[in-house]
Design a protein around this ligand. Structure first.
Ligand code: KG4
Ligand code: ZN
Length: 347
């Protein structure tokens, strides 16, 4: 089965072709980072316009690179949410339109489910069930993945996502957008232990996270330091080090607790923050003692991409799903689905 996947939920335009026999055949991505960087964050209207400009050329490119024509495809999949609704609509209407034109089934895909399953694109993927730590710019959650379509959220952030905490911390430290990787690089130059930040929810027995207090703690610390003169690069690096330690420590502690509670022996880390090297190293060493193995999708499949959407659509089609949308009457081939909010547990 060969499926073309489309991703436009945020600021990456992606198209990929996944083949259930041969694996990933092509994977094209256009990042809008340069469009949004001058604004210090994503401007939704600009995101939609950029998706419109780039999507069809990427569809053509992905099909050419995969060496397939529309007649070779068995279906289409598009990200239907959660995400920026205007951005989602570009991928959704394109997917539904191509489905009509090429007479193919169209599967609306949940973006977070696609992140959860991205690890299955790797050569030695984990078997179900597994625990997933899903950490991106919009979400931070621990999910028990029983099988395709069966997900239980064990814990999630009560306020900011961890990627957002990285980005906001980076902004306070004067780093460019998106700040996560910049903050990680600055932190590596800093001294450990010079500035300590709180571990929110550490004593809470549950599996939820909270990150907004940390950002406030960093803002307050910076303001205090600025009172006695300009903050040097060395101090900024030391602050970044302490801040990243607190973020990573919170994620690792709750993940270790989730392993204990569930008894799961496979842990998957997905989403953009999964690219963070300190998080990877700390999780590996912490979970080694509990005997749990840690799996990561390669970095380009941790951040937003269409390969994971094509894969998820393919698995869903292979499992017998032919619906063109959750709210669509059977056979309503014009149904376009774009949902800003959508819980994984509704799947
Ligand atoms: O999954 P993703 O590409 O998009 C969303 O669906 O949100 O995640 C993007 C987030 C951003 O907040 C970015 O700063 C963060 O992932 N990120 C990182 C690193 N690479 C990306 N955060 C910390 N360290 C990194 N190396
Ligand atoms: Zn994402």
């Amino acid at each position: 089965m060969i499926v073309l996947g489309i991703e436009t939920s945020c600021d990456e335009t992606g198209v990929a072709v996944y083949d259930s026999r041969a694996g990933l055949r092509s994977h094209c991505l256009y990042s809008q980072i340069r469009t949004h960087a001058p604004f210090g964050g994503i401007v939704p209207e600009l995101a939609s316009r950029d998706h419109i400009r780039k999507l069809m050329p990427l569809v053509q490119q992905a099909m050419a690179e995969a060496g397939v024509s529309s007649a070779d495809l068995d279906g289409l999949a598009y990200t239907a949410g959660p995400g920026l609704v205007g951005a989602l609509l570009v991928g959704a209407t394109t997917g539904v339109g191509l489905g009509l034109a090429w007479n193919l089934p169209v599967v609306p895909v949940h973006h977070m489910e696609a992140h959860l399953l991205a690890v299955l694109l790797e050569p030695d993927p984990p078997a179900f069930p597994f625990l997933a730590l899903l950490v991106s710019g919009g979400h931070s959650m621990l999910v028990q993945v029983e099988e395709l379509g069966k997900y239980r959220i064990l814990g999630e952030t009560l306020d900011d996502a961890v990627g957002e905490a990285f980005d906001k911390g980076a902004k306070l430290l004067g780093l460019p957008y998106p700040g996560g990787p910049h903050l990680a690089r600055l932190a590596a130059e800093g001294h450990a232990g010079r500035y300590r930040f709180p571990r929110p929810m550490a004593r809470d027995p549950g599996l939820d996270f909270s990150f907004s207090g940390l950002k406030t703690a960093l803002a307050v610390r910076l303001r205090d330091l600025e009172r006695s003169g300009p903050v040097t690069d060395e101090v900024r690096a030391d602050l970044a080090n302490g801040y990243q330690e607190a973020l990573v420590d919170s994620l690792v502690a709750k993940t270790a607790r989730a392993v204990e509670v569930t008894g799961l022996t496979r842990v998957v880390v997905a989403g953009g923050v999964g690219a963070n090297q300190l998080l990877r190293a700390r999780l590996r060493s912490r979970l080694a003692t509990s005997g749990a193995a840690v799996y990561y999708p390669r970095a380009e499949f941790c951040t937003d991409n269409a390969a994971m959407v094509a894969l998820t659509g393919c698995l869903r089609l292979a499992a017998g799903e032919t619906a063109t949308g959750k709210n669509a009457a059977a056979g309503d081939r014009l149904a376009v689905e774009a949902r800003a909010r959508w819980s994984l547990e509704e799947l």
